[in-house]
Design a protein around this ligand. Structure first.
Ligand SMILES: [Zn+2]
Length: 258
């Protein structure tokens, strides 16, 4: 498996081999540069693609052949859109997971409470979701994760176990923070691109890619999620897909028992 550890071992071996070979043959600087470029490319792919489980394991889909999937909504709660999403999910008797930003939880506690009351799972998505989140020390990241956990606890009285890394970006320091905070990292198997593509594109992408065990990434921060759900939820029903909770799909506990 091409994870961070194995890539480093391979890179080390490749450099050693080049050094050994250079004792017998002429090895140009170009060979070293190519090797370094490939190494950097693999690190970048691993960092930006949570599905590779490059630095640590995230649960990205359920291990089932049944037509069961889970819906996840990131970056909320949003004061206007999240309540609309909650009503729509109720209309289709669907339970989802909301990976909330801690700051937003503090700002809109009642909405989080309502989501919990209606049977949805609340997960941790960092406190600020800053663009520089992943460049922080592991101590600062751990602090953000714990801060969010506390915000969720104050809102719903439960200690959230599930964490989705902001932007799906991972690195060795985040691995330490996730371990320190004792969280389960959740990725996705289908990214909807609902923040940057048209609703038509998103709907057709979701219909095309939905598969047994899928974890679908959506955002309850943009108005277009409503028409997307209005098209996708009935399509799931018509095609025999059952939306289940992440707890059921992944056989995990969303909250710590205290
Ligand atoms: Zn996010």
């Amino acid at each position: 498996m091409l994870n961070y550890r194995n890539i480093n071992i391979l890179f080390f071996i490749a450099i050693l081999m080049l050094i050994v070979v250079s004792n017998y043959y002429e090895v140009g600087i170009f060979a070293y540069l190519v090797l370094i470029a490939v190494y950097i490319l693999l690190i970048v792919i691993g960092t930006f693609s949570i599905r590779q489980n490059f630095y640590f394991k995230s649960l990205n889909s359920g291990n089932t052949s049944k037509k069961e999937i889970a819906l996840t909504f990131d970056d909320g709660p949003h004061p206007d859109i999240t309540p609309e999403v909650l009503n729509l999910l109720d209309a289709y008797a669907v339970k989802a997971t909301f990976f909330c930003i801690g700051k937003q939880v503090d700002n809109y506690k009642e909405i989080v409470k309502e989501a919990d009351k209606r049977g949805h799972i609340i997960g941790n998505h960092s406190y600020y979701h800053g663009h520089l989140f992943d460049l922080q020390s592991s101590v600062k990241m751990t602090h953000e994760l714990n801060q969010t956990r506390n915000s969720i606890y104050h809102a719903i009285g439960k200690m959230a176990n599930l964490f989705r890394p902001p932007f799906g970006v991972t690195n060795p320091l985040l691995k330490i923070a996730v371990n320190n905070a004792n969280l389960i990292s959740i990725g996705w198997s289908i990214r909807s691109f609902d923040t940057n593509r048209s609703q038509e594109y998103v709907i057709s992408r979701l219909k095309k890619n939905t598969h047994p065990g899928a974890i679908i990434l959506l955002h309850d921060t943009r108005e277009k999620v409503i028409p997307i759900l209005k098209a996708f939820l009935p399509w799931l029903q018509q095609n025999g897909y059952l939306v289940v909770s992440l707890e059921k799909l992944l056989q995990i506990k969303a909250y710590e028992t205290i």
